[in-house]
Design a protein around this ligand. Structure first.
Ligand code: 5GP
Length: 199
């Protein structure tokens, strides 16, 4: 296997989705950069298209796909199932392409344990301390203490991957422009590694 899997992670609200959308637009003309589609059982949101970021499927179909061993990893998050498809990730990697995807922390843990490390480039999006997140969460909507505690536990778990990441992108308040540029550089540098391998 030759290609590179750029795996983006970070606490929910860190802006990893925004960075991924940016990269998707920026590299839309590059056939060598692939954005694999995952499966999820969550409801489709306004503005989303089936088959773009997700295949929206039933729990029944998701379970069938688990039994057929179609997932590289899968996890339950917020009461819904999410899973990366082997076909969407392994085929482009065999073709020496650059694959970019974000997943939540359980997915990162699974992928790190099964994936050849030289082909993986883990990017952690750092949007600040827990106290910053707490402020942001509380300002958005009322939240029960229990849920806040759960969010904090997850934040700690996510944070433990910061030191395992190949790259940390800082995306604190006011840093989005710089974070987008850093993300572009990561993808560009993986593309040029590829060109060098070929020559
Ligand atoms: P959302 O429902 O907001 O699109 O995503 C919720 C969470 O699921 C995000 O943290 C996102 O990174 C994660 N996620 C999206 N696709 C996958 C996947 O294929 N596997 C795993 N484990 N998590 C995913």
């Amino acid at each position: 296997m030759e290609g590179t899997f750029i795996l983006i992670m970070g606490p929910s609200g860190s802006g990893k989705g925004t960075l991924l959308s940016h990269i998707r637009k920026r590299f839309s003309e590059e056939a060598e950069v692939v954005f694999p589609v995952s499966c999820t059982t969550r409801a489709i949101r306004p503005g989303e298209k089936d088959g773009e970021t997700y295949y929206f499927i039933s729990r029944e179909e998701f379970n069938e796909r688990i039994n057929n061993d179609e997932f590289l990893e899968w996890a339950e998050y917020g009461g819904n199932l999410y899973g990366t498809l082997k076909s969407e990730i392994m085929s482009p990697l065999k073709d020496d392409l650059v694959v970019v995807r974000e997943v939540e922390v359980q997915g990162v843990r699974s992928i790190l344990s099964i994936f050849p490390r030289p082909n993986l480039h883990l990017v952690y999006v750092d949007a600040g301390e827990w106290s910053d997140f707490e402020k942001r969460i509380k300002s958005r909507a009322p939240i029960e203490d229990k849920e806040l505690k759960e969010r904090q536990e997850r934040y700690k778990d996510e944070l433990s991957f910061r030191e395992k990441a190949d790259e940390v992108i800082s995306n604190r308040d006011g840093e989005l422009g710089e974070a987008k540029k850093r993300m572009e550089k990561i993808v560009s540098s993986k593309l040029s590694d590829r060109v060098q391998r070929e020559s």
